[in-house]
Design a binder for this molecule. Structure first.
Ligand code: G1P
Length: 299
């Protein structure tokens, strides 16, 4: 069975309250990790996985993501006139020429499930990906997480949801799955619950922000009523989908930085600075100096 996942949905309507006051003005998806905004990492992962249609679900106040993918005539003209060809290339090719970007408005903040449902008229009747840009996934050794999941769906069918193990006290921050025949990489989801208390969690396998979903999810979301936090949860739509078709959990190779939290954001910045050839040595030196100061009790 061959499935081509061409479309990726990026829910980007959130207020980013955890990064206030910065997010008073800057969309959280535009916060940079070293030199690239979070949304660029997410989009690159989708493109590497084979997607050529990127659908952003935004709100009527947030224009930054659309502006980022739009043509910047004046800037390009100035860079060209100044002969800054390297920068010009960077600005021109935030996505390759064959990739389309489409913007959909979520009229009311009714939850992640509702945001995904807003993309229905553009996705239509084909399997598609959902990427939450807060979760920055990085696989140094090879294919990105979404690409791994697309490959898994191509060979096993059904839908796939990225998971990783979390400590028992963290279950209240995630969708949590119970999986059967888990071979340490993938297995069929038996149950899924949004943000359960540790004593009620079916396991410690947490949903990470990557999904490859059958289009039947839209009918499921349409029937889903508000759940945890009074919001229409994607997790509840997925629970309904499991009654109709197989949904697998997929433990991706690579690591996750939770860039929706301060610590995860700092961790990603440190890692990507050390991965950057031009920065590596000097970044390591300033980190070392900061640690030395900390140990010496210096201010
Ligand atoms: C969302 C999902 C949750 C998932 C998490 C991953 O929650 O509802 O199931 O585990 O993303 O990042 P949020 O972090 O938006 O509250």
């Amino acid at each position: 069975m061959t499935v081509r996942v061409r479309k990726a949905v990026f829910p980007v309507a959130g207020l980013g309250t955890r990064f206030l006051p910065a997010t008073k003005v800057v969309a959280k998806e535009m916060l940079p990790i070293v030199d690239r905004p979070l949304i660029q990492y997410a989009v690159d992962e989708a493109i590497e996985a084979g997607c050529d249609t990127l659908i952003f679900v935004t709100n009527r106040y947030k224009h930054a993501v659309a502006d980022y993918f739009d043509k910047a005539y004046e800037l390009e003209h100035k860079l060209e006139a100044a002969g800054k060809t390297e920068l010009l290339e960077l600005v021109r090719h935030v996505v390759p020429a064959n990739v389309r970007t489409i913007f959909v408005t979520q009229p009311e903040a009714l939850g992640l499930g509702h945001a995904v449902l807003c993309a229905r008229p553009v996705v239509g009747d084909e399997p598609f990906a959902v990427i939450l840009p807060d979760d920055l996934l990085w696989n140094k050794q090879g294919r990105g997480a979404l690409g791994q999941m697309v490959d898994h769906v191509a060979s096993h069918g059904g839908s796939a949801i990225a998971v990783e193990n979390v400590s028992a006290d963290k279950t209240g921050s995630y969708g949590i799955v119970d999986v059967e025949h888990f071979d340490d990489r993938a297995g069929k989801i038996r149950s899924i619950v949004e943000k359960p208390k540790p004593e009620e969690a079916p396991s410690t396998l947490a949903v990470v922000g990557r999904y490859v979903l059958d289009a039947a999810i839209f009918d499921c979301l349409d029937k889903t009523r508000p759940g945890a936090g009074g919001e229409i949860q994607l997790t509840d739509g997925i629970a309904r989908l499991m009654g109709e078709s197989v949904v697998n959990a997929y433990r991706f190779a690579g690591r996750r930085f939770d860039c929706g939290s301060h610590l995860g954001f700092v961790e990603a910045t440190v890692r990507f600075a050390l991965e950057n050839e031009k920065l590596r040595d000097s970044a390591a030196a300033v980190m070392q100096a900061a640690l030395d100061d900390l140990r010496a009790g210096a201010r």
